[in-house]
Ligand binder design. Structure first.
Ligand SMILES: Cc1cc2nc3c(=O)[nH]c(=O)nc-3n(C[C@H](O)[C@H](O)[C@H](O)COP(=O)(O)OP(=O)(O)OC[C@H]3O[C@@H](n4cnc5c(N)ncnc54)[C@H](O)[C@@H]3O)c2cc1C
Length: 368
């Protein structure tokens, strides 16, 4: 997704672009997650600024690709489970409003106008109309195609070619060299490996997540709905398992249930305890789910950087090397803003926002 967005915006900025992937389109984490484009889960700061920019850009792209990428401006609803939880959620929303987020308090009975099937007795929540959704694999495919760039799938980058003074002059792939004065590392969870080929350190780690998929239940869940403790889980630095219920309907009908987070390397083993915890959490929010069949579960590896911010922009250690990776659980949503920032950087234009917090060399001296 991030590579496709970079290709689109850089090509539209007038550059000659080649998109290289060792797999098929969306064969990485993009094909293994969900497609929420969220502001609701972000506290004021650089990630929220990038999310607001990205949301606006997704809105523009929706006019072009809308139905083809299943774009839906469905809105998000964050639900508190106790009066104390509601007070904390409202304080969080207040801070977000000051940063430009539309966050509307929802009293207990109004909650059921938004989502009729929520568990009874919930104290209230906050409605985020700016939250939206796309189908990630379709979005990546359509943006890549619309970019008009040459697309080489099934082609692995094995080395970064450098001039004697260290600047980028291309990449070596298993199917030949490609010469170019600039490379954008959009290798997601493998971004650290690609950075290492250029001789620089970028500590991207996998953060595993499972998604449980129900049988088709059209429109029983209309928004993205999640419990307020999800925000704390996203921000956690712990490697241990965290689960908090996230429930959303899809255009195709099945309901997607997340979200788990754990750092267990690239372990693809199915985990019954994790999936059971997801089901239990979702059923607490929407009791009717207890009688619904789960069709399947799948997993993916979020590209995690230790400060939960992506690496975006030029790498001062290697002239010509740019990074656009490490978006953790928000790479679909943040792809557009990232692509736009990369295009601005490659064409020496003023960035849309302060890129300093996303500096790729910020981990250079730290231990992982
Ligand atoms: C369970 C789960 C739920 C999620 N839900 C959401 C959500 O609701 N909203 C959201 O915004 N995000 C979500 N995410 C996160 C999102 O999926 C990722 O942040 C995003 O897909 C990252 O995109 P990417 O393009 O950076 O990486 P990828 O999609 O992984 O793409 C990187 C590509 O690089 C290629 N590559 C790697 N090494 C090489 C090499 N040496 N040579 C050539 N090609 C190479 C790979 O083949 C891959 O296709 C979720 C993730 C998970 C796991």
């Amino acid at each position: 997704m991030v590579g496709a967005a970079c290709a689109l915006y850089t090509a539209r900025a007038g550059l000659d672009v080649i998109l290289v992937d060792r797999g098929p389109v969306a064969g990485g984490t993009t094909g293994a997650g969900e497609g929420n484009i969220l502001v609701s889960d972000k506290e004021p700061g650089p990630e929220l600024d990038l999310a607001l920019l990205s949301g606006r850009l997704w809105g523009e792209l929706a006019r072009e690709f809308g139905a083809a990428v299943e774009y839906e401006a469905k809105g998000g609803v964050v639900v508190a489970s106790s009066p104390d939880g509601l007070a904390a959620l409202e304080r969080f929303a207040e801070e977000q409003r000051a940063a430009g987020v539309v966050a509307e308090p929802v009293a207990d009975d109004a909650l059921y106008d938004l989502e009729a099937h929520l568990a009874p007795g919930l104290p209230g929540g906050v409605h985020y109309p700016q939250d939206c959704q796309v189908m990630p694999a379709l979005a990546a495919a359509h943006l890549a195609r619309a970019s008009g760039t040459r697309l080489f799938t099934g082609r692995t980058v094995t080395d970064v070619l450098r001039t004697p003074d260290g600047a980028v002059r291309g990449v070596r792939t298993d199917k030949g060299d490609i010469h170019t004065p600039a490379i954008v590392n959009a290798a997601g969870t493998w971004g650290g490996e690609l950075a290492a080929l250029a001789g620089v350190r970028l500590p991207v780690l996998p953060r595993r997540g499972f998604v449980l998929v129900t049988e088709p239940l059209p429109r029983l869940v209309r928004h993205k709905v999640y419990a307020a403790d999800y925000v704390a889980d996203v921000a956690s630095d712990s490697a241990a398992l965290q689960t908090s219920p996230v429930v959303e309907g899809t255009a195709a009908g099945p309901i997607l249930i997340g979200a788990s987070r754990e750092r267990v390397g690239f372990d693809r083993t199915f985990s019954l305890p994790v999936v059971r915890a997801l089901a239990a959490g979702a059923t607490r929010l929407f009791p009717f789910l207890a009688d619904v069949h789960a069709m399947r579960a799948y997993l993916g590896f979020r590209p995690y950087l230790p400060d939960h911010l992506p690496a975006i922009g030029p790498d001062p250690r290697v002239p010509g090397l740019y990074h656009a990776c490490g978006h953790e659980g928000a790479g679909i949503g943040l792809a557009t803003g990232t692509g736009h920032l990369i295009a601005r950087a490659l064409t020496a234009k003023t960035p849309d926002l302060d890129p300093t917090p996303f500096r790729p060399d910020r981990f250079a001296e730290e231990a992982v």
